[in-house]
Design a protein around this ligand. Structure first.
Ligand code: NCD
Ligand code: ZN
Ligand code: ZN
Length: 453
């Protein structure tokens, strides 16, 4: 029997007296779960954190756990795009809300790509009144000279160094150098898809995930990252979907940011895995997957992101060579990792830093911690509520998941700006999602050691 817990902290600030709403539950405080109360003010911010917070209304979730909502820096919502693309800003952001994600970074490889100020404005208009969570829009820098004007409107940039969904030609040589120079002049995060197509072998006709791994090997990823690490110092580089520990280490040594996805952390390229497991960069061998997970478990992966690529189920049931690359995940990444916490395989602070705190800092948002002044974007989680993932219950319109049957813990509640948008695991929100841009310089994202809370 644990001894009674004595509070080692007090409600912060005068605003503690003025909370509109108090959420009472447990939270991660002082290296363990303890009773915790959060006060929300009338502007949808956290105004008090502690015990005995007073407020006009009180919502007690018992011994369930209060966590900051997650930020997913890598999501494809497919708008604008052909109707057969399936996902929309409306469906994808509701999926995010149910999966505990309160802000998504939306990628520009849409049809047409988000490569001009007009197209950014058009995408902003699509978000307004239709998004369940907030959206940051990345721009696609087709030409170095387009960078300054795009930077005044976009939330970040996405740079593709190899062909992938919707991307056929990629910059190299002097054009790439000029782009990196231009991107180094602006104060926005630059997310890079790092594979060097010059190192993709010829004469391979993949029929399963192992063949895809041979066609786009880890050496191609390492070479593209090495090129990016020679970019100007000022570039706010974030490498997307790193798949192997050696590449993770190379980026970390330079104190730059990168992400790993749930699929590269949890799934390997076993023989016979069909096109549902076809993704860029590819799933790797079981040994490489385990190595990446070990980096993550030790708190050495700064950010976890989904690379949500909601290709329709029918497209992913095509023959391997004909099917598109990419897997959905905005709705399942946090629930899969919360289940790893419930199973004792992952420390909660490691997850909170990589899924909530650091991604919000990369995107310059006052989010991701249960701190005074942060937005009241909060999840309520019951770690006993472990269930098996079923694709027919998912809100993403793609209708499938590569994690069918895996253990997951979905948030019971999700609060956005002090309003409940998920209740009993169901979306009950309104389309109040906004377009956001970095509110402060993202700075360098540094991983911290294993158990630092
Ligand atoms: C992504 C998509 O479908 O948009 N596909 C993928 O295989 N990861 C694009 C990308 O992130 O490369
Ligand atoms: Zn990519
Ligand atoms: Zn992507």
């Amino acid at each position: 029997m644990a001894p009674p817990v004595r509070p080692r902290f007090r409600a912060e600030g005068r605003a503690a007296l003025e909370a509109e709403l108090v959420l009472a539950g447990r939270g991660w405080v002082g290296r363990r779960l303890q009773p915790l109360e959060l006060g929300f003010d009338g502007d949808g911010r956290i105004c008090a954190v502690g015990r005995n917070v007073r407020g006009a209304r009180r919502h007690d979730v018992g011994d369930r756990v209060l966590l900051p909502a997650a930020t997913d820096v890598h999501v494809h919502l497919r708008e604008p795009g052909p109707p057969e693309a399936g996902e929309t800003i409306a469906t994808g952001t509701v999926a995010a809300a149910v999966g505990g994600v309160g802000l998504v970074g939306e990628m520009p490889n849409t049809v047409p790509p988000t490569d001009s100020v007009d197209r950014l404005e058009e995408k902003e208009a699509r978000v307004r009144g239709r998004a369940g969570v907030d959206v940051l829009l990345y721009a696609f820098p087709a030409e170095p000279r387009s960078v300054p004007s795009l930077a005044r409107r976009a939330g970040g940039f996405k740079l593709y160094l190899s062909p992938t969904t919707g991307i056929e030609t990629v910059p190299s040589g002097p054009k790439l150098a000029a782009l990196l120079d231009a991107l180094g002049q602006v104060d926005l995060p630059v997310v890079a898809h790092a594979e060097d197509p010059g190192l993709f072998p010829t004469g391979i006709a993949p029929t399963d995930a192992t063949g895809w791994d041979q066609l786009r090997p880890a050496e191609a990823e390492a070479a593209a990252v090495a090129r990016l690490l020679r970019a100007p110092e000022r570039l706010r580089l974030h490498v997307a979907h790193v798949t192997v520990a050696a590449v993770a280490r190379a980026i970390r040594e330079r104190r730059l940011s990168f992400e790993a996805t749930a699929h590269h952390l949890l799934l390997a390229a076993s023989p016979g895995r069909d096109a549902r497991f076809k993704v860029n960069p590819p799933l790797r061998s079981e040994a490489e997957r385990a190595g990446l997970w070990e980096e993550f478990r030790r708190g050495r992966v700064p950010i976890v992101a989904s690379d949500h690529a909601p290709h329709p189920r029918a497209a992913k049931e095509l023959r391997f060579d004909l099917a598109p690359s990419g897997v959905p995940g905005v709705e399942t990444t946090l629930p899969l990792l919360l289940a790893k916490v419930a199973a004792g395989e992952l420390a909660l602070p490691v997850l909170l830093q990589s899924a909530c705190d650091r991604p919000a800092r990369l995107l310059g948002q006052p989010l991701g911690r249960l701190s005074v002044g942060h937005r009241a974007n909060v999840l309520v989680v019951d770690f006993r509520a472990v269930v098996r993932l079923r694709s027919d219950r998912l809100r993403s319109s793609c209708g499938w998941t590569p994690f069918e049957g895996s253990e997951v813990v979905f948030p019971v509640e999700h609060w956005k700006d002090g309003e409940r948008i998920v209740e009993g695991g169901e979306y009950v929100g309104r389309p109040t999602g906004r377009v956001v841009r970095p509110e402060f310089a993202p700075g360098v994202v540094r991983p911290t050691p294993e158990d630092g809370a």
